[in-house]
Write a protein that binds this ligand. Structure first.
Ligand SMILES: O=C(CO)COP(=O)(O)O
Length: 256
């Protein structure tokens, strides 16, 4: 691949905010601030998404004025049924969501979600017409043992269904030990694992694998976003804490 092709063919970056279990209705002001910034032309060539708690999805869709995507943080694999407390991908789509995070490490840990479960959730997202933002990443001890590619490779093989394309899948590499800790891998380490993920996607999906966006997540802040986003095969970020305030989120977006 020559340089010109690589540059023109690079996926458009995506900065996605994961609000986790944060946000009451007053937080919709942050979405309105993001909307106004996009409308005023203050955000460059980058796609924006916010995944608020499910209680705010419908209102967030109304508040965002169609200039950013709103997503869910999880979905059930089934379209409906006797699953108290769960939300289906169809329900998210009905509320106006365009994407859904699946396989976040907090779900894999707190709710014991396995790779086959994450795979079923990804298929559910596709069935409902949503983009799946599928999270992978190793634990601290797995990194210390030098097993990160083995772990991430196993998560990709076990949880990404056949049929992935740039239009239905985004992969988010989130090392568990970097989430909410202020720690980040070195740029060299991020480059290595993103190249590994790119290779796995291309091996499995051919040309489509080149265009599937690979986000980095874990303690992305305005102060470190520029160097993290400049790493090869980093096509944007999945941001937790720094997505709660529009000013921080916009400062991250400005780094692309
Ligand atoms: O888990 C994350 C996003 O999904 C990252 O969270 P922090 O940005 O708060 O580390």
């Amino acid at each position: 691949m020559n340089q010109e092709f690589a540059v023109s063919d690079a996926p458009r970056p995506l900065i996605a905010g994961n609000w986790k279990m944060n946000g009451l209705r007053a937080a919709l002001q942050e979405i309105e601030t993001l909307r106004d910034a996009v409308r005023a032309g203050h955000v460059g060539s980058v796609d924006l998404a916010i995944c608020p708690p499910a209680t705010l999805i419908h209102a967030a869709v109304q508040a965002c004025g169609g200039v950013l995507s709103i997503g869910g943080q999880d979905c059930h694999g089934a379209p409906c049924g006797a699953h108290t407390g769960d939300i289906s991908a169809e329900m998210l789509a009905d509320a106006g969501a365009g994407l859904v995070i699946v396989g976040h490490s907090e779900r894999r840990t707190d709710h014991h979600e396995s790779n086959p479960t994450v795979r079923a959730k990804t298929e559910a997202a596709w069935r409902a017409g949503l983009i799946a933002v599928l999270c992978v990443g190793e634990l601290r001890e797995e990194r210390e043992e030098g097993r990160e590619t083995e772990v991430v490779g196993g998560q990709l093989a076990g949880s990404v269904p056949d049929g992935a394309t740039p239009d239905n899948l985004v992969v988010a590499y989130e090392p568990v030990w970097a989430i909410g800790t202020g720690l980040t891998p070195t740029c060299e380490d991020i480059a290595a694992i993103h190249l590994f993920i790119r290779g796995e996607l291309v091996t499995r999906f051919g040309e489509a694998g080149q265009g599937i966006r690979i986000l980095y997540g874990g303690s992305v802040k305005p102060g470190n976003a520029r160097e993290l986003m400049a790493v090869e095969n980093v096509d944007g970020a999945l941001v937790g804490g720094a997505s709660l305030k529009a000013t921080d989120f916009l400062a991250i977006c400005a780094c692309l």
